[in-house]
Design a protein around this ligand. Structure first.
Ligand code: KIV
Length: 265
């Protein structure tokens, strides 16, 4: 049965121990296949700046870009929850954030909005969720701040950073966030966050202890110029695209992806 996945569904999946599968899409053709293969959450990520536009970071991506790609994906998204990213500098205060979130939902067709950051985003998350915008927060490696972080590195190995991440995650949940993406976080910390939160955690480079997994499509079909450690090429062993995405869905559901070699300890 093709019932639409909602924020309520993913929270129930966490409660029932059913893994959430997420994958990025930026165009109609892939979105259709991804939706048909049973991916729960399709993300129109600002990673499109790298994999679609060829930049070396997500920083140049605009709200217009995300609206354009979300619009292409939305009609194909029959079952999946459609998540779209607020790009760099598009949510520097609550009013700007809600204006741009409204564009992603009304013009693009997104169901839930993702933004990066902890403490600094609490007012924004509270403002958005109070006005009926579902929000997914994003902690750990936050690619929009790559120039501040000094590169794409694992986050949370130092005790102080780990403590701050835990306190940010709990505060974001209190502010109304519906889910949390954890990127490049050591497995023990991801486990602690997942255990302490009621909202689902969706990991990328954060271990299979998370309530779900997300990957960038181009990484999981092995066509990115640089494959990060936390990804795997599912388009192998003679599989076609549909079979590769199906294999990813199966591997996440049964807990065989990510394996230890894709994790940080
Ligand atoms: O932009 C994106 O694709 C993302 C994922 C890597 C989680 O934020």
């Amino acid at each position: 049965m093709n019932t639409r996945v909602t924020v309520k569904t993913i929270r129930e999946m966490k409660q029932n121990g059913k893994k959430i599968v997420s994958l990025t899409a930026y165009d109609a053709s892939f979105a259709r296949v991804i939706d048909e293969q049973g991916v729960d959450v399709i993300l129109v990520g600002d990673s499109l700046g790298m994999v679609m536009q060829g930049h070396d970071s997500t920083v140049p991506v605009s709200v217009d870009d995300i609206v354009y790609h979300t619009k292409s994906v939305a009609p194909q998204c029959k079952r999946a929850l459609l998540m779209a990213d607020l790009p760099f500098m598009s949510y520097t205060d609550p009013q700007q954030a809600i204006r741009n979130a409204a564009r992603l939902m009304q013009q693009g067709g997104a169901h839930i909005i993702k933004l990066e950051g902890g403490e600094a985003q609490l007012h924004t998350v509270r403002h958005m969720t109070r006005h009926g915008v579902p929000v997914c927060a994003h902690l750990g490696l936050t690619p929009q701040t790559v120039h501040k972080l000094g590169g794409y590195h694992v986050q949370g190995r130092e005790q102080e950073v780990a403590r701050q991440m835990l306190s940010d995650a709990l505060a974001l949940q209190d502010a109304g966030a519906d889910a949390l993406v954890l990127e490049c976080v050591p497995v023990d910390l991801a486990k602690q966050l997942t255990d302490e939160l009621q909202i689902p955690t969706i990991g990328i480079g954060a271990g299979r202890v998370c309530d779900g997994q997300v990957l960038v499509l181009q990484d999981m079909i092995g066509i990115s110029s640089l494959a990060p450690k936390f990804t795997a090429n599912f388009l192998r062993d003679g599989r076609n695209i549909q079979e590769a995405i199906g294999a990813y869905v199966k591997a996440v559901r049964e807990g065989s992806f990510p394996a230890d070699e894709q994790c940080f300890f």
